[in-house]
Design a protein around this ligand. Structure first.
Ligand code: ZN
Length: 464
């Protein structure tokens, strides 16, 4: 779209949002739900009918509390604001974006107040992405994580760097692509019900049942980034492909939450794809594909290059240990912006201060600072914490899987991934939205969401 089209696009988005809002708040929906609520049909709270009615009611009630004018305004501002963000980032010009950010948070405040909340305002927004999670529980969980991670990052800061991924070694993109797609298929990605493409940013997208697509991004200078990106998206895809197609289009055929979705991607990326067993199986094949690049690199030296911990400024390029600190920073800042304790104009300095405190570095400009992520410009507030919840859940789920199945390292070394995939299918995927995230985690792992498993795993894998 040419730059000049953005105002018109904003009007279109506002109209569509308004029309969707009218339909989804039709009083007839409330009547129909009311007709079945309290009847014996729903007496078993875990039945398909009860789950679907519960979730439809939840969506209906939330939507009904929002005035159409606000829904339209959020859509309009989101279109204008994301364009302004993209230009501000290109020119490192935060000042031009600040008024949009201010407006976006003012609308988010209005939205939260319209929906209502029991605890704090942020709860109402968080509920869009991680239903039933509260700001209080999240703050506690993040405080626990921060206390453990800051010293761990500090102790790893001076780790020697290995060089087999250095720019001198080029990994031709077509061979990276062939290898990555073959591995994804071995992990269980069903190519009859999905496909791979290239894109500017890695993502996984479900078009409909039987059609789950992955876009990957490969860079010649770094095999690890592209490959782990594919494993990450494969984890998302296995979840989508594992949902019960018979319930497609209803809550029972839908993912629980963004946090649970992210737990699936992180589990395959970090607990499978970084494991020694995994590479015992795949490294000979990789060496064959990149003979001149890897012939003289032993397995463990290769794995060391995958697991370097270096505090950096960019969230999407962060390693497994520092990643969550990027999320903690965004969570703290968006809460302050929402409550009006921080003005948009003051964001760059607040951003730099937190990066100095938590990661010991500060951005030299806003492009690599507070302008790096698209989320806020699109009005996605309350979304960032789900990335870390995904990491927290993934550690708990992998622990539980090993308790149920036995140690998985040997299975991976033998190229056996089906048992783990089926365990996830049985315990997570097939339930759709039957349980809210925290209940599902507790049911499967025996514990409510908490970061102990993640901290233990990071300390064990990186601390040694
Ligand atoms: Zn993801």
């Amino acid at each position: 779209m040419p730059r000049g089209g953005v105002t018109h696009r904003g009007e279109q988005m506002a109209l569509i949002a308004g029309l969707v809002h009218d339909r989804s708040t039709d009083p007839r929906i409330g009547e129909l739900l009311g007709n079945v609520e309290g009847t014996p049909l729903l007496s078993d709270g875990e039945s398909v009918e009860a789950v679907n009615v519960r979730e439809l009611r939840r969506d209906f009630d939330r939507e009904t509390r929002l005035p159409r004018r606000l829904v339209e305004e959020m859509a309009r501002v989101s279109a204008l604001s994301s364009q302004a963000w993209s230009e501000a980032r290109d020119h490192d010009d935060f000042k031009s974006f600040a008024p949009f950010l201010e407006q976006t948070f003012a609308l988010a405040r209005e939205k939260a107040d319209a929906i209502g909340y029991a605890g704090v305002r942020y709860d109402a927004l968080l509920d869009d992405y991680e239903p039933a999670m509260t700001t209080d529980r999240l703050s506690e969980l993040f405080a626990h994580l921060r206390t453990e991670l800051v010293p761990l990052v500090e102790s790893l800061r001076n780790q020697p760097r290995s060089d087999s991924n250095s720019p001198e070694r080029e990994f031709p993109v077509d061979r990276q692509r062939a290898f990555s797609e073959e591995v994804a298929a071995k992990l269980g990605f069903d190519r009859e019900c999905g496909r791979f493409d290239l894109g500017p940013h890695p993502f996984c997208s479900m078009i409909g049942t039987g059609d789950v697509r992955i876009a990957a991004r490969y860079q010649p200078a770094s095999f690890t980034n592209g490959f782990l990106g594919v494993l990450h998206e494969t984890g998302h895809a296995l979840y989508e492909q594992g949902l019960d197609a018979a319930h497609y289009g209803t809550p029972m055929g839908d993912a629980v939450s963004l946090g649970i979705h992210e737990s699936q991607s992180r589990l395959w990326e970090n607990y499978v794809g970084r494991s020694r067993g995994f590479w015992l199986h795949f490294y000979p094949q990789l060496q064959k594909a990149f003979e001149e690049q890897l012939r003289d690199v032993p397995l463990d030296a290769f794995r060391a290059t995958m697991n370097v911990v270096t505090p950096g400024l960019i969230r999407v390029e962060a390693d497994e240990v520092t990643y969550n600190l990027h999320v903690v920073i965004r969570f703290e800042l968006e809460r302050a912006l929402l409550d009006g304790d921080l003005r948009a104009d003051d964001l760059p300095s607040a951003w730099a201060e937190r990066y100095r405190n938590y990661l010991g570095i500060a951005p030299e400009n806003d492009r690599v600072g507070c302008l790096q992520d698209i989320h806020w410009s699109e009005g996605l507030i309350g979304y960032f914490p789900t990335y870390t919840l995904g990491n927290v859940y993934s550690a708990q789920l992998f622990d539980a899987a090993e308790r149920a199945i036995g140690p998985l390292e040997d299975a991976f070394a033998a190229g056996e991934f089906r048992t783990l995939r089926e365990w996830l299918g049985e315990n997570i995927h097939r339930h759709g939205k039957r349980y809210v995230a925290a209940d599902l985690v507790e049911k499967v792992t025996g514990n409510p969401p908490n970061p102990s498993a993640l901290i233990a795993s990071l300390s064990q894998r990186y601390g040694g």
